[in-house]
Design a protein around this ligand. Structure first.
Ligand SMILES: Nc1ncnc2c1ncn2[C@@H]1O[C@H](COP(=O)(O)OP(=O)(O)OP(=O)(O)O)[C@@H](O)[C@H]1O
Ligand SMILES: Nc1nc2c(c(=O)[nH]1)N=C(CO)CN2
Length: 168
C-alpha cells in the first residue's frame, strides 16, 4: 500500500469532463482519498496554448510508484491523449507528484521514466495552490511545506490560479 498525490490537467476539448471522468475512475477504483476542486490556470512553460483546468487527487491503494504511473497513463489514454509537444496542449495529463509508503517514507527516484518527487512540482502554482488548499499540512519531500512553497512563488502566479467549479 502507498499513498500518491496526482496532478491532473486538461486544456483541449471538454476540460471539466476529462478531469471529472478521471476523478470518477479513481473513485470507482476505491483509491480516492481526497480531491481538490477544479482550478483554471494559465499555461505554464514555453509553449503558447489555451488555459488549463487543473486538480489534485490524493489516492491510496495497493500499488507501488510504478503502479500509480501506469494508472495515470491509462487515464490519459482513456481521455484520448495523443503524444505531442513536450509541455504542449493535451486532453488530459496526469503527473505523479509524490508517493509515500505506509511507513511514512517518501519514494525518491531519479529515473527519467518516473522521477519522484516530480522535479518541477515545487515551481508550479497549478500544482501547489490546489494541493495547499486541499491539505495545508502537505510536504513536498526535499522542498518543504507546500503552503510555504506557495508563499515563495510570484504572487501574480498564485493569484492567476482561480477556482473554477463555483463559477460554473
Ligand atoms: N513523476 C512523474 N509523473 C509522470 N510522468 C513522469 C514522472 N517522472 C517521469 N515521468 C515520465 O514523463 C513522461 C511524460 O512526459 P509528458 O510528455 O507527459 O511530460 P509533460 O507532462 O509534458 O511534462 P511534465 O513532466 O513537466 O509535466 C512519461 O513517459 C513518464 O515516464
Ligand atoms: N497551467 C498548466 N500549465 C501546464 C500544465 C498544466 O497542467 N497546467 N501541464 C503542462 C504539461 O507539462 C504544461 N503546462
Amino acid at each position: 500500500m502507498s499513498r500518491a498525490v496526482l496532478s491532473l490537467g486538461a486544456n483541449l476539448g471538454d476540460r471539466a469532463n476529462a478531469l471529472r471522468t478521471a476523478l470518477t475512475a479513481l473513485k470507482d477504483d476505491g483509491v480516492l482519498v481526497a480531491r481538490s476542486t477544479l482550478y483554471e490556470t494559465p499555461p505554464w512553460g514555453p509553449v503558447e496554448q489555451p488555459p488549463y483546468l487543473n486538480a489534485i487527487a490524493v489516492v491510496r491503494g495497493d500499488r507501488d510508484a510504478g503502479g500509480w504511473l501506469a494508472r495515470a497513463q491509462e487515464l490519459e489514454e482513456a481521455a484520448g491523449r495523443t503524444r505531442e509537444v513536450r509541455w504542449g496542449a493535451r486532453t488530459l495529463d496526469v503527473d505523479v507528484v509524490t508517493v509515500t509508503r505506509d511507513d511514512g517514507a517518501p519514494v525518491i527516484s531519479d529515473d527519467p521514466a518516473l522521477t519522484l518527487p516530480h522535479p518541477r512540482a515545487h515551481e508550479r502554482a497549478f500544482v501547489l495552490v490546489p494541493w495547499a488548499t486541499l491539505d495545508p499540512t502537505a510536504v513536498l519531500p526535499g522542498r518543504g511545506r507546500v503552503p510555504d512553497l506557495v508563499a515563495a512563488l510570484d504572487p501574480a502566479d498564485v493569484a492567476a490560479v482561480v477556482r473554477w467549479d463555483h463559477l460554473h
